[in-house]
Design a protein around this ligand. Structure first.
Ligand code: GLC
Length: 565
């Protein structure tokens, strides 16, 4: 752990100018510092054959991996400009707790464990490095000018992606990234071994569809933050990106550009009725595609992917902005939908029966504001609010600027429901009684207003803060951060809170949950220096087609649209 710099504070107040100006024009923000990247000794991971999972060799990996080094005397803005006033006392404690969670492989930091909760009797898999959990940790270290661990992590997970993965007799797709990994230390033989979980050990055996997307998003964040494009441009990373894309761009029986998913395939990794086309995954999918586009080389192998991504992005943004978007007007339209409309001219494309609209949504929907609903598929609209998907939609510019503003309006208008006393509800509202029985399979962890079922997750604070900065509404983030600050340290950084207002520490919440700690730090650093936003945000792509009339979405080569409209 030595060798790391002490975190510092930047001057507060630089974001106000952003709020007034062009929120999306990040090019006007100061460039992030560039770091010199040195190639050093290669890494030996031969102990892989001790694992139960077959290992495929990853040629030339050694030449790429460069552990060590980089603890240069580089000082980030964060470490030079200490706040002359008073940094919040919990910041130092948070950094200390975050550093305690670092995991080492052969002496090099490679990630952070999910929770460092010694008080808890059950460790389960919280002693592992989860790909999705590491993202806020990685951002915190990048923002603090410590990219080394992030690079190591990206390479380690890339290496794990290369494994041959089997569950029972079934071989998983080549590009799948693990949900998590663990380092086994053998003190006698003095070896470190990596063990990965691709969903085969996870409770419920859920495959992490989000892992690969987070990996691509993090690779771009690393590149943006350090200015070092050599990692992303390396043949190994290019291949890693292509493998992930091969999995998610493959053609199946789908009639939609969205990605078909099983329940529990994201942060919400238990049965919660999010199977189908969950917003959480669609937004990450969109963001990962856009990030990949900025990093893929236009060489013989990359070119084809670039073309496929561009086409998919167009279709996906149209689909999401049109069919997933809900505001007062749209709700009223759905309420008045006719059903059983045959042919491509149908207005009610998915044959949603208005009676299936839940009562709560009529009261919940403000006149001002809107959001991307949880899921859309034939005769099924899941009207629940999902925080991660909506924030990522804003950050990736899947949401139009107007939609982004409307999401922020909704958060303000429905503060009590969506934020309450602890930011931020992962979903809203909770499902109860009979519905809970059917949807969750009687899951005792996901009872109403707990855990994934309407629980409040402090980690989501960083996503909210980023979305606030992007939309020029930092005051919303400040309000949320203040709420978190009043409880998090005192409560020992719980994983989640329970209750309608998020007032109670979660029934089975871990303490010292790393992403609760890192999420808080990232929020603070982003507010202090909004130029960090560029790492996790993409400007609107002006080439993306604006919304067109619903009934005009259908095209067929033989019939022109004029003939059918
Ligand atoms: C829980 C969460 C999941 C997280 C994991 C580790 O399973 O649902 O999102 O990655 O814990 O913290």
């Amino acid at each position: 752990m030595n060798g790391f710099k002490e975190p510092g504070m930047r001057k507060v107040g630089s974001y106000s100018s952003m709020a007034d100006g062009d929120d999306l024009d990040l090019s006007r923000l100061p460039d992030r510092p560039k770091l010199p990247i040195e190639r050093q000794r290669s890494c030996d991971e031969r102990s892989m054959n001790e694992l139960s999972i077959n290992v495929r060799g990853l040629e030339s990996f050694d030449s790429l991996y460069s552990p060590g080094g980089m603890r240069s005397g580089f000082s980030t803005p964060a470490s030079t400009a200490r706040n002359p006033f008073e940094p919040h006392p919990i910041i130092a404690e948070a950094w200390e707790a975050l550093r305690r969670s670092i995991v080492y492989f052969k002496g090099e930091p490679v990630g952070t464990i999910a929770a460092y909760d010694h008080a808890s009797e059950e460790v389960l898999n919280y002693d592992q490095v989860f790909v999705r959990d590491f993202v806020p940790s990685a951002l915190a270290f990048l923002m603090n000018g410590e990219p080394e661990m992030v690079k190591n992590f990206l390479l380690k997970t890339l290496y794990l992606q290369g494994w041959e993965k089997r569950i029972d007799r079934f071989k998983l797709g080549e590009g799948v990234m693990p949900a998590s990994f663990k380092v086994l230390h053998d003190p006698v033989r003095k070896t470190d071994t990596l063990v990965a979980d691709f969903g085969e050990s996870a409770i419920g055996r859920v495959a992490p569809v989000d892992s690969g997307f987070w990996w691509i998003i993090l690779l771009r964040a690393y590149t943006k933050s350090t200015g070092d494009s050599s990692l992303a441009e390396s043949p190994e990373c290019q291949k890693g990106i292509r493998l992930i894309l091969t999995l998610c761009l493959s053609e199946g029986f789908d009639t939609f550009p969205t990605l078909l998913c099983a329940d529990g395939c994201s942060m919400i990794d238990r049965r919660m009725g999010i199977y189908g086309y969950p917003i959480e995954i669609q937004a990450l999918f969109f963001m990962a595609l856009r990030c990949a586009l900025t990093m893929l080389k236009h060489d013989s192998e990359g070119k084809e992917f670039v073309e496929r991504i561009v086409k998919r992005l167009h279709a996906l943004s149209y689909h999401m902005r049109t069919y997933f978007w809900l505001d007062f007007q749209q709700l009223n339209d759905i309420y008045r939908y006719k059903t059983e409309e045959y042919s491509h001219t149908a207005v009610n494309k998915f044959n949603v029966i208005p009676d299936s609209i839940p009562d709560w949504v009529f009261d919940f929907m403000p006149t001002r504001g809107g959001y991307f609903i949880g899921n859309v598929s034939p005769a099924r609209m899941d009207f629940r609010w999902f925080a991660l998907g909506n924030c990522v939609a804003i950050l990736s510019s899947l949401a139009t600027p107007e939609q982004s503003m409307a999401v922020m309006d909704l958060i303000e208008e429905r503060w009590e429901e969506l934020v309450g006393e602890m930011p931020l509800k992962v979903t809203y509202p909770a499902i109860e009684s009979h519905e809970w029985r059917i949807v969750t399979g009687c899951d005792p962890k996901n009872t109403r207003w707990s855990y994934h079922n309407g629980g409040s997750w402090p980690v989501l604070l960083w996503l909210l803060t980023a979305a606030c900065i992007k939309t020029g509404r930092p005051q919303i983030a400040r309000r949320a951060i203040e709420l978190a600050e009043s409880r998090l340290l005192k409560d020992s950084w719980p994983e989640y809170y329970d209750g309608k207002l998020g007032r109670y520490i979660g029934k089975q919440a871990r303490k010292f949950q790393t992403w609760s700690i890192a999420g808080y730090l990232v929020s603070k650093m982003m507010l202090e220096d909004p130029s960090h936003l560029g790492m996790v945000s993409l400007e609107e792509d002006k080439a993306m087609k604006p919304l067109i009339k619903r009934s005009a979405s259908w095209t067929c080569p033989e019939i022109s649209l004029d003939m059918i409209l």
